[in-house]
Design a protein around this ligand. Sequence first.
Ligand code: G3P
Ligand code: MG
Length: 334
Amino acid sequence: MRFRLKQPIALSFLRPPRATASFHSVSKQNSFGIAFDIDGVILGGKSPIGNSPIALKRLFHDSGALKIPFLFLTNGGGIPESRRAFELSELLGVNILPSQVLQGHSPFKNLLNRFENDLIVATGKGEPALVMSDYGFKRVISLDEYASYFVNLDPVAQYKRWTTLHESNGLKDFNELVSRSDLLSNKVQAAFVVSDPVDWGLDIQVLCDILTSGGLPGEKNGHQPPLYFAADDLQYQAAFPSERLGMGAFRIALESVFNSIHDKPLEYTSFGKPNPFVFQNAENILRNLLQASGPRNAIKETSNNELPSLKTLYMIGDNPLVDIKGAQQVHCIS
Ligand code: G3P
Ligand code: MG
C-alpha cells in the first residue's frame, strides 16, 4: 500500500499544513469524489478559510447541479446534519444537502437498534440531546439537564457564573416519557459524548457518577454502562492561531480520573476519523451523489443497479493523524 501526501493543486485554496490523500481506487472510470474536512480546511471557527467558498462553487454546474461529488467529513458536530447543512450553505454560499454532511456523531444513529427506548445521556457543545433525538433515540437527556435533577451533585455549581440553556426540542418528548422520579430511579444505559465538552468539570463528575455506579449516580459500584465518543481528536484547529484541545483530550482527562477512582479501567468506543468505516461510508455517499448527478447513460452502464464507482476519492484534511491516517487505512494509491 502506498500513500500520497502532497499539497493539493486543483484545490489551491488550501494552504500548508493541509494535505490530500487519495483513499480508494476501484474503477476504470475517470471520475473522482472529494471528502473535505471542515475545521482548519474549510472553516476557521465560523469563518471560511481563504477562498473556500469560491473553490466549492467550482464543484457545481452553472445550473446549480453538482458537477463533482463531494461531502464534508468532519469530526466536529453538536447539531443535526440538516441544520449543519443549512449553516454551511449560508456560510459558503453553495447549496449543501444534509446527506453531504458527515459529522463525528453521525455513526451514532447505527446504535438506534440497541438503545432506541433506553435512558441515555448525551453531552457536548451545541444541542447533543437534539442530535440524538433527531436520530430516533426516544429517551435521551442532555448531561446538563440530567445533573440538574440530582440535588448537590455538582458541589461547585454555585460558583459557576454562567447559566445553562436546555434544549427545547427533544427534551419535551423526553419529559413526557419519563418523570423526575423515574429518572432518579432508572439506570442510564449508555452515555454519549456527542461534541466537544463545554463544562469539563461537570461532565467528568457526572460521567464518573454514571459509569462507576452502573448507571445511577449515588449508588454503589456497578457494571459500567457503554460510553461512546464521537471522535478522538487530541487537538483541532479552531479560530485561535494555535490548536485547541479536542474530544480526545477530554477522553484522556476522563479516563485518567475514572481509572484513579475505580477498580476497573474505563471502557469506551470512539467513532469519527480515522476509523476506516467512516471513510467507507463516505465513499458510499459519494457514489450515491455521483449517481444522482451523472449522465443517465453512464448510470445505465452499471449492472444490477449497483452504484457507479469512483476512480479516486480525495480526502482533504489538516490533521495527518486523523484525516490522512484514516484515508491511508482504506485502499490507498499514490
Ligand atoms: O471539534 C472539531 C474537531 O475535533 C475536528 O473537526 O472538521 O477538523 O474534523 P474537523
Ligand atoms: Mg480539521
